[in-house]
Design a protein around this ligand. Structure first.
Ligand code: APR
Ligand code: PHB
Length: 386
């Protein structure tokens, strides 16, 4: 079989890339190891930058997002039992939208299948070959058969645990920091007790109050990285959330899990005709929810690079892909790390806590500091100058 672009992974990066390529009349095939139901149910963060929403609208996949997404104009930073409002829209003229990542994935999957773009779920044994040639190949197993897909280029959108990055591992420099804590996240049938997201600093650790709808709350607690979810019966979770967040509406918990936190970047994001995008190339801690937005931004840069390569044989944008993508990735790494360091118990004792409170007080009361946080939070331009 032959296609122009073979895409590994049906997450936000792979699916958005497929939509962008389809718009350019470039053929692609998406290969995904998991089944469709699994991919569409996987609970992840749910905060979209305005840039991301704008792109989904441009691609014609925002009908449900426009109906069900919740627009937010600011956040509360909570410390000392008080919520301080950061008015993002007043500071930047932009806003963010709450809409679950799996909802974005469902909308993209439906749009692609209805346009006849093939997505093959439940493939196995994906291997990449001839990446240095102009006809790289993917071999994979599907329904017991070994198949081969010859492409003009391959997009490795297969997440942090995929095969793309390890395949070219010897050509990459990897930068990594693993945090000694993670987030315990729940979804609950409860009306959110807040109008905006609350990022809470507390001596017992960070907590975040977010939501999915008027009747579904999403809440997170900082816990040790090696924590066992079995140690967290529902009443302990609610008690801890109330301690850290103040007023919280309780309801039936229907999803709970612990996610470890890391910062990771692989460089370059290309080797031969293989291009990495999204979590396969970089991971940010979830404080600020940049993961999906970075993945979408990568493919916003990658699609024209692939179009240039395939339609005109021009390597100019493809050669510049790593530099353009990584500039924004490192900016987001710094911002996500800054939010994480400001809000979590870092284990540094009273001195570190006082530094955090000084920083929080500064952001809460200085417009210059708040403006810096806000412009990063709502999302920087696709190709920022810095
Ligand atoms: N072949 C094909 N698909 C694979 C392979 C493989 N060898 N290995 C993994 N996959 C699939 C995974 O099952 C997953 O569905 O690749 C997909 C990668 O999707 P994501 O992990 O969602 O990554 P990405 O599309 O880059 O989106 C980044 O995801 O992790 C979150 O919070 C993060 O919001 C960010 C977003
Ligand atoms: C979420 O709604 O899941 C969310 C929001 C903001 C974050 C992280 C996660 O910083």
């Amino acid at each position: 079989m032959r296609t122009q672009v073979g895409i590994l992974g049906a997450g936000p990066a792979g699916l958005t890339l497929a939509m962008l390529l389809h718009r350019e009349d470039i053929d692609c095939v998406v290969l995904e190891t998991r089944d469709r139901a699994y991919v569409e149910k996987r609970v992840r963060a749910g905060l979209l930058e305005q840039n991301t929403v704008d792109l989904l609208r441009e691609l014609g996949v925002a009908e449900r997002l426009d109906r069900e997404g919740l627009e937010h104009n600011g956040i509360y930073l909570r410390h000392g039992g008080v919520n301080h409002y950061i008015d993002m829209t007043a500071l930047t003229g932009r806003h963010i939208t709450i809409y679950g990542q799996q909802e974005v994935v469902k909308d993209l999957t439906n749009a692609l299948l209805s346009r006849g773009v093939p997505i093959h779920f439940e493939v196995g044994e994906t291997n990449l070959h001839d990446l240095e040639s102009e006809s790289p190949r993917i071999t994979y197993e599907r329904e017991g058969e070994i198949l081969e897909l010859t492409c003009d280029a391959i997009a490795g959108c297969d997440g942090f645990h995929g095969v793309s990055r390890p395949t070219i591992g010897e050509h990459l420099t990897e930068y990594e920091y693993v945090y000694p804590f993670g987030w315990l996240g729940i979804l609950a049938e409860a009306r959110p007790a807040t109008d905006e997201l609350i990022y809470a600093w507390h001596e017992r650790g960070f907590a975040l109050y977010t939501m999915r709808s008027q009747s579904i709350s999403r809440l997170y607690l900082q816990v040790p990285a090696d924590e066992d979810i079995e140690n967290w019966p529902d009443d302990r979770i609610w008690h801890e959330l109330k301690t850290r967040l103040g007023s919280v509406n309780e309801g039936k918990i229907f999803d709970k899990g612990i996610t470890p936190m890391r910062s990771f970047v692989a460089e370059p994001m290309q080797y031969g005709r293989l291009f990495l995008a999204g979590d396969s190339a970089h991971i940010v801690p979830p404080t600020g929810a940049k993961g999906l937005n970075l993945a979408v931004n990568d493919v916003r840069l990658l699609a024209p690079a692939l179009a240039g390569l395939i339609k005109n044989g021009s390597t100019r944008r493809a050669d510049g892909y790593t530099t353009a993508a990584l500039r924004r990735v490192w900016r987001a790494q710094d911002f996500s790390n800054y939010m994480t360091q400001m809000l979590h118990d870092l284990g540094g004792g009273p001195f570190q806590r006082q530094l955090q409170l000084a920083r929080l007080g500064y952001v809460a009361h200085s417009e210059a500091a708040a403006h810096s946080l806000a412009e990063n939070y709502v999302g920087l331009p696709a190709e920022p100058e810095f």
